[in-house]
Design a protein around this ligand. Structure first.
Ligand code: RFL
Ligand code: PHB
Length: 389
């Protein structure tokens, strides 16, 4: 088989890239390790930047997002028993959009099926080859046979645990990492959200977040130790804990119910440099991870894809390699700013075991300052709604 771009991974990065390429008449094949149902069963991001939503629109898959998403003009931060609003729209003229990653992925998969571009699910042992040469190819196994796809370029959109980054020789790649001493225990419940907007809580017992998917489906998180076991968390314990971390009025307004999903996500910051190795490109979680506190992971996958699609478009339709040469540098410049913001949100809102009383006082002063200074609050707001591409 031959294609122009072989895409590894059918998450948001791979699907967005695939659809933009297909719409531009650039041939591509997506290879996905698991099944469509498995990809859709993963509960992840909920907050889209306007730029990400605009990209979904550009692919032609934005219809359902327009009718079902919830635009948010702001969110709240609570500390010291008080609730403070961050008015994103007033501070930046922009809002964010609540639309689950599952829904976005679903819409892109439907669009891809309608366009008849090829996606191979349950492709085992996917392996990129010869990407440092002019003749890259990818092999995979399916139904007991080894298949080979010859291509011009390989897009590694296979997430943090994927094969693309691992296929790069160690001496060609540098990685930067920070692991945090906590995880997020998250649940989904079919109950109305506690309010119209998200609530991020800094509390002596640890961080908590009240989010949502729809007016009848809530998403809640609490900070737990990194080695915490999910079996220790009954629904009752979860609801009891999150209520304790919220101001009285908010806790009282919370409607509880049985969880339909419950899991613990590790929290880390990670960047690989560069993001291009000859004819192999990394995009999305394959190249970088952010802690979810700033809601940036999926949005960064989208901005990488924006640069990468432009690069391929320039190559095939304008006969120029400039975009390809510049991809890594352009994408990393935006990635590092989102890394900084996500690290800052995480540091400001979580309890750290080794923080001590000095650290707590500094954190408190930081939050106090934030709500006394329009400049400080604007810094938060313009990062949260998304920096320009
Ligand atoms: P994905 O979604 O991990 O998709 C990668 C795909 O590649 C496949 N794959 C392979 N395929 C073939 N061969 C291999 N060897 C393969 N190895 C892996 C996988 O099966 C998968 O289908 O990466 P992508 O596309 O880069 O998308 C990134 C986002 O998923 C991620 O950044 C976000 O979910 C992060 N995130 C959030 N981001 C936001 O922008 N806003 C949020 O509100 C937000 N909340 C979150 C989050 C992530 C969370 N978790 C669980 C880590 C909340 C949480 C709890
Ligand atoms: C979510 O709804 O899953 C969510 C929202 C905001 C975040 C992280 C996750 O910062």
């Amino acid at each position: 088989m031959r294609t122009q771009i072989a895409i590894i991974g059918s998450g948001p990065a791979g699907l967005l890239l695939g659809q933009l390429l297909t719409n531009a008449g650039i041939d591509n094949i997506i290879l996905e390790r698991t099944t469509k149902e498995h990809v859709l069963s993963r509960i992840r991001a909920g907050v889209l930047e306007e730029g990400t939503a605009a990209m979904l629109d550009t692919t032609g898959a934005g219809g359902r997002m327009h009718s079902e998403s919830l635009p948010h003009d702001g969110f709240d931060i609570t500390f010291d028993g008080r609730r403070h609003r961050v008015d994103l729209f007033e501070l930046t003229g922009k809002r964010v959009i609540i639309y689950g990653q599952t829904e976005l992925t679903h819409d892109l998969m439907d669009k891809r099926e309608a366009s008849e571009a090829l996606s191979v699910y349950e492709a085992a042992n996917v392996q990129p080859h010869d990407f440092e040469s002019g003749r890259p190819h990818v092999t995979y196994e399916k139904d007991g046979k080894v298949h080979r796809i010859d291509c011009d370029f390989i897009a590694g959109c296979d997430g943090y645990h994927g094969i693309s980054r691992k296929a790069v020789p160690e001496k060609a790649i540098e990685t930067f990492e920070r692991a945090y001493p906590f995880g997020w225990l998250g649940i989904i419940a079919d109950v109305p959200p506690v309010g119209d907007e998200l609530v991020y809580a800094n509390h002596p017992r640890g961080f908590a977040l009240c989010s949502m998917r729809t007016p009848t489906r809530s998403r809640y998180y609490v900070q737990v130790p990194a080695d915490e076991k999910i079996e220790n968390w009954s629904d009752e314990r979860f609801w009891d804990e999150i209520r304790r971390r919220l101001p009285e009025g908010t806790a009282e307004a919370m409607i509880t119910g049985p969880s339909v999903e419950k899991s613990i996500a590790p929290i880390r910051s990670f960047v690989a440099e560069p993001l291009r190795f000859g004819r192999l490109f990394l995009a999305g979680d394959a190249g970088h991870i952010v802690p979810p506190t700033g809601a940036k992971g999926l949005n960064l996958a989208a901005s990488d894809v924006n640069y990468l699609f432009d690069a391929f478009h320039e190559f095939y339709l304008e006969n120029s390699s400039d975009g390809i040469e510049a991809y890594s540098q352009k994408a990393l410049a935006r990635v590092w700013k989102a890394e900084r913001f996500s690290w800052w949100m995480t540091t400001t809102l979580h309890r750290f075991p080794d923080q001590g009383t000095f650290g707590q006082k500094i954190q408190h002063a930081e939050l106090d300052y934030l709500f006394q200074s329009r400049a400080a609050l604007t810094m938060l707001a313009e990062n949260y709604v998304g920096l320009p591409y």
